[in-house]
Design a protein around this ligand. Sequence first.
Ligand code: ATP
Length: 273
Amino acid sequence: MNQISDEGYITADGRKIGAVMMEMKNITLRFGGVKAITDISFDIRQGEIRAIIGPNGAGKSSMLNVISGFYIPQEGEVWFHGKKRAPMRPFQVAQQGIARTFQNIALFEGMSVLDNVMTGRLTHMKSGMLSQAIWKGKAEREEVANREVVEKVIDFLEIQAIRKTPVARLPYGLKKRVELARALAAEPKLLLLDEPMAGMNVEEKEDMSRFILDVNDEFGTTIALIEHDMGVVMDLSDRVVVMDYGKKIGDGTPDEVRNNQNVIDAYLGVAHD
Ligand SMILES: Nc1ncnc2c1ncn2[C@@H]1O[C@H](COP(=O)(O)OP(=O)(O)OP(=O)(O)O)[C@@H](O)[C@H]1O
């Protein structure tokens, strides 16, 4: 990686990373007496794959929840595309182009893969029930356009064969892929992945890693992910934020983080899942 300038940097593998897309400034989040996040600042750049790592309870999911609007921090500011973000609800954050997957799969188990992925288009649907009744043509055109995006995502993630299958019948690894498909159907600018490889076998992890890299490469999607598998994190990410007990203890390229003594002491040097 070359030096980071305002415009961005070139990664070791030659990808062009752009300007800052999202900036977290001095974020503090409390749950009653528990401080989940203490005064953390970091940024995510256009086109980057950014990881957040740290031991259990470090505050990683809380941070992802702040980015996606599920939690409003008591202190600090969230900046997106150069503007300070007012406190907003998750659906408003989604409308700004931020989509996410969850640590525990959150799909509609009884619905087919196709219908689950279609729900990813909800933030793009402009026609309400009333206008659908009055302007049937417009609603139909919208439906066709939404279907096109969804079919493209289904092809891209190679899940055509299971498009009609109810999610409940799928093995775990495929469910995770369907969750990724639903998030991608929203055509996000920033994709948040909460432990995308958790519970997967080696082969499933390899598939998921490839899809994450392909999404970033093909659609230019910026990705922020939480992951415990260090091999995966170090392979996939351009830069890594390390959290411990709600504080930031490291931030840099995988190599910088790997050689950071605080990080080794708190996390990398000890056994973790
Ligand atoms: N909704 C909540 N109410 C109260 N405390 C919470 C809540 N969510 C998180 N916490 C606390 O905040 C701290 C950070 O939790 P968080 O889930 O963000 O950590 P994490 O790094 O994602 O952990 P893990 O790797 O185990 O998922 C923990 O002490 C946790 O108990």
